[in-house]
Design a protein around this ligand. Structure first.
Ligand code: ADP
Ligand code: MG
Length: 200
């Protein structure tokens, strides 16, 4: 994978998160403390600043660099979790991924998030998007890009009727029902942005 593609991928994620910061913050205001968009914007602004240096590195190192920046700059619960995701992804992915090696690396990154968050799908978190997207990637097949996009967006919406069992939203108990999870939404936005950026 060449430098221009790495740059496009990372920049696409950063731009979409920054463009949707208000929406993410509003979602977090409903079931959390209203900082998710701000946290993510701060982190991805730092990612953009570091982008020339990051994109110059091979994909595994670039992803680890992205993860490190997110751990240091996002904060909250989501910073360490997204940081863990990209660090684990960078550890497993080859420099020129195929659909198969990408699926394997994505699955490993999802497992790392579960371990870090002591969480799993069904608890109204980012994992409710990451886990089903990992399943679509692992199943493979034709039209992977459109199916990944559709799954990510639908899975984020599907957190609306869920009761939060992890993170701040869990303090609300039943009152967390009826709102989308902010981290599920930010995960979906990044996944869609990557699909768009690679024309998948
Ligand atoms: P904080 O909750 O500390 O304010 P953010 O608002 O930035 O952090 O992020 C909240 C998001 O983090 C939630 O919407 C949820 O998706 C995710 N999250 C929180 N705790 C966990 C966990 N244990 N496992 C997976 N995701 C989590
Ligand atoms: Mg928050």
């Amino acid at each position: 994978m060449d430098e221009a593609v790495r740059k496009r991928l990372i920049e696409a994620m950063a731009r979409t998160v920054i463009a949707h910061a208000d929406e993410l913050t509003e979602l977090d205001r409903q079931i959390g403390d209203g900082d998710h968009g701000l946290n993510m914007k701060r982190g991805f602004e730092a990612v953009l600043e570091a982008l020339p240096a990051t994109a110059a590195k091979p994909l595994p190192e670039a992803l680890k660099g992205l993860g490190t920046t997110l751990v240091m700059k996002v904060g909250g619960a989501s910073g360490p979790l997204y940081g863990t995701f990209f660090l684990a992804l960078g550890k497993t992915i080859p420099d020129a991924p195929t659909a198969t090696t990408l699926a394997g690396a994505f699955a490993a990154a999802v497992e790392a998030v579960k371990a870090r968050g002591k969480s799993q799908a069904g608890q109204k978190t980012m994992l409710d998007v990451l886990v089903p997207v990992a399943a679509v990637l692992s199943a493979g097949g034709a039209d992977l890009g459109p199916r990944v996009r559709a799954e990510a967006l639908a899975a984020a919406e599907a957190t609306i009727p869920m009761k939060a069992m992890r993170g701040r939203a869990s303090f609300l108990g039943e009152r967390s029902i009826g709102h989308p999870d902010p981290g599920a939404r930010s995960s979906a936005l990044m996944i869609v942005a990557v699909c768009d950026a690679i024309g998948a």
